[in-house]
Write a protein that binds this ligand. Structure first.
Ligand code: URA
Length: 317
């Protein structure tokens, strides 16, 4: 099957979100009130009262860790003068908070988990914005995460230009006819430029580059320290050098999927902001101290918050 067209180009009405790729057959009945949408993994549904409190959602921020989403929501609430933090009731899968126009939702580890979090969040945003494509265009999405650097030291923050899988090809899934659904892994350049501008003078080391999302932390990241090791030091080095030569800056486990789905609907504004925990050209194990790891991870949070402050200027306390 041919590769899909590139992400939404602005049409004559100025709208980017691609209505033809939205599942109107199911989602429009939710907006008209014919039926509910149950966001099962978040533990809420479209008819819950909490939905009315989230109509102004301006950004959806995701990360692997639920604890991190809780911390981010508290930080954003404080910046906004102590706004109420709404907590979704179910926390056994994803931890979700909403405050001051921002939805913070964890997505767990890996693309199967993230695919559920992202699809349910997209459905929620469609409902919250009543299917208004212009309003949906204004929603900013980000994954803030951790990664292994390819030639980059711990603490560097990578803004992803393209999210690919380990073979340097975009995210894809099997089709019903046993062909392949190909998706687009491009991250919008304008959003990256705006994030870099918002962080000018912050003293953070930010680089742009391709990111590989793997299906596995050990084997597909070519580690030699897994319970199962299928590479030699030579093949590992060859693979990492190949990634490096092809402009790959870091390796993690969700970014190809996130770009794929957001591009499929044509959201114009999204980013992946990942802190590097270690330089994979130098090792496999994450050996930094707890404090160092915390600091590395804080860097990506700082990059996000510097941008959020520009995007949705807080009413500081
Ligand atoms: N996350 C990953 O997926 N890989 C790393 O090496 C570090 C964090």
């Amino acid at each position: 099957m041919a590769r899909p067209p590139s992400p939404g180009l602005r049409d004559l009405t100025g709208v980017v979100v691609k209505t033809e790729n939205i599942n109107h057959a199911f989602l429009d009945g939710v907006i008209s009130g014919e039926h509910d949408d149950v966001y099962y993994h978040y533990g809420v549904s479209s008819s819950d009262a909490v939905m009315e409190q989230m109509r102004d959602v301006r950004a959806v921020i995701m990360a692997g860790s639920g604890e991190r989403m809780d911390e981010f929501a508290q930080r954003w609430s404080i910046l906004n003068g102590g706004t109420e933090i709404i907590r979704f009731p179910k926390e056994d899968r994803f931890v979700t908070r909403y405050t001051a126009g921002v939805l913070f939702a964890s997505h767990g580890m890996g693309m199967p988990s993230a695919s559920i979090a992202v699809q349910e969040a997209m459905r929620m945003v469609y409902f919250l914005k009543r299917g208004d494509l212009t309003a949906m265009d204004e929603v900013f999405w980000a994954r803030v995460g951790t990664s292994g650097g390819v030639g980059l030291p711990g603490g560097t923050v990578v803004l992803t230009s393209e999210g690919l899988m380990a073979d340097l090809k975009p995210y894809r899934l099997m089709r019903g006819d046993r062909g392949t659904y190909w998706f687009d892994g491009t991250y919008p350049a304008a959003t990256r430029a705006a994030i870099i501008a918002a962080n000018a003078g912050a003293g953070l080391s930010i680089v742009e580059g391709k990111t590989i999302a793997t299906n596995e932390f050990f084997i597909e990241q070519f580690r030699l320290d897994g319970a199962i090791c299928l590479e030699t030091p030579e093949t590992k080095r060859e693979l990492l050098d190949w990634l490096h030569d092809n402009g790959v800056a870091n390796i993690e486990m969700e970014g190809a999927l996130i770009a794929a789905y957001l591009n499929h609907w044509g959201f114009p504004s999204f980013a992946m902001i990942c802190a590097v925990l270690l330089n994979r050209l130098e090792g496999d194990q994450v050996t930094s101290t707890h404090d160092q790891l915390h600091r590395f991870s804080e860097n990506s949070g700082d990059v996000l918050f510097n941008y959020l402050r520009v995007l949705a200027p807080p009413r500081e306390a």
